[in-house]
Design a protein around this ligand. Sequence first.
Ligand code: FO1
Length: 304
Amino acid sequence: MIVVLSGGVGAARLLRAFEGVMNRDEITAIVNVGDDLTMHGLTICPDLDTITYTLAGLNNEELGWGLTGETWRVMDELDALGGEAWFRLGDRDLATHLYRTERFARGATKSDVAAELAHRHGVRERLLPVTNDPLATIFVTDQGDLSFQEYFVRHRHGIPVHSVRFAGAEQCSPAPGVLEALREADRIVIAPSNPLISIEPLLSVPGVREELRRRRRDVIAVSPIIAGAALKGPADRLLRELGHDVSCVGVARYYREVCATIVIDELDVDRRAEIEELGLSVRTTTTIMANREHARALATEVLA
Ligand code: FO1
């Protein structure tokens, strides 16, 4: 069994890549919930949904989030009414949030709903939210404290960030199965997600970082920074703003305490020695997952 510590799009692509090289039933994703939000009275779990849709073959490739074949009639109508429409919920996607919210009202947990939605969509991987308790990624900016989606979508991750914190982290407990999966996994993979805002919330849940430290030899990370830049999103800018080196070496330094091996892109092969000096082993392959063969090559390297 392998465990994949997961944010959104990068993790979803890596999880899909594993399908080609191992049994889907033997994959557990522990998923970030720091991006989750409530809008229009509905609970939305972007990273869980991105992974579910991707593994079901239903993701909207153009947007990177939401469902394929999406329409926007409800949002357009809401916009015309002067309602809050900056966070776009497609007509098909809305069904997921209605379903989840109704299940919560009847006492179900995030874990329950993640498993139900995965099952309905034919997803065989086990998807575990890292916690069922409130956990929110907060950006401290000149404009005050912003929730993840206010920073990311409303402000298009375009304003300077002074720091990031994870509200609720100290009080929350790992969801059922999370620590057991980390203890029992043959290998633990840190997906090529944003270290500061997608992976750090997972590490901030009590018990998770400790378990990774204990399993360090079996933990392998895939760098989301290639040749000094992020493929998608603000990982490079955030790393710089928060005082980290924007390179695969910076990522290795960030994870060195919890992981013994890092996969870097072929373009960064000249950084190998610097990472080895930090006490990590290095593997090199194409990490971009631009096509099926490249994705398979990365999955194979991670499992080797
Ligand atoms: N990202 C956007 O850039 N704009 C949106 O309006 C938007 C809506 C949205 C709705 C549901 C969902 O599951 C994801 C959505 N995302 C949107 C993506 C999301 O903001 C981020 O990509 C993740 O939270 C980061 O992993």
